[in-house]
Design a protein around this ligand. Structure first.
Ligand code: HEC
Length: 139
């Protein structure tokens, strides 16, 4: 527990609608390495954020809901780029139907997507946008 706390490195949050809010509220007591070490679904993040508010995190109910939505989106459950179906790619990684189909075609033609750089090479994928999800991606 102590060791993992010390190992947590502050990092730059993916720029989203509420990244500044999360940065302000969630780095008051510990750096955001805590967030980067976690992948939770929306329920899991709700439990954590409620717990942090209980400890004194400075967020209104509305802000807490925004923070939960942000964390569930960028620090949600992991998505395997080689196994996820088209629907998961669309709902979890914000891809269009065309982009999801291109990912599936790419991995069929090329066997495996090895890393984020490979995924960004898929025709039609926006490299900047997909990078926002790097904390959720596994290969
Ligand atoms: C008032 C101080 C404080 C603030 C503000 C705070 N935390 Fe924490 N957080 C803690 C403490 C203390 C721990 C370690 C003890 C524990 O887990 O209860 C912790 C642990 C964690 C953990 C690891 C344990 C777990 O439940 O997964 C995560 C993740 C986390 N915080 C996320 C957040 C997020 C997200 C926010 C912003 C909503 C936040 N923290 C704001 C004090 C705070």
């Amino acid at each position: 527990m102590l060791a993992s706390g010390l190992a947590a490195q502050a990092q730059e949050l993916p720029a989203g609608k509420d990244s500044d809010l999360v940065d302000r509220v969630c780095t008051a007591c510990h750096n955001n390495g805590r967030v980067f070490q976690s992948n939770k679904d929306a329920d899991g993040w709700k439990t954590t954020v409620d717990r942090m508010v209980g400890k004194g995190a400075d967020a209104s109910a509305e802000q807490a809901a925004q923070i939960i939505a942000y964390l569930a989106k960028y620090f949600g459950t992991t998505v395997n780029a080689n196994k996820a179906d088209a629907k998961t790619l669309q709902t979890e990684l914000d891809l269009t139907a065309d982009q999801a189909a291109a990912v599936i075609k790419y991995r069929t033609d090329n066997m495996t997507i090895k890393n984020l750089a490979d995924l960004a090479k898929v025709p039609g994928i926006d490299a900047g946008k997909i990078k926002l999800f790097e904390n959720r991606l596994e290969f």
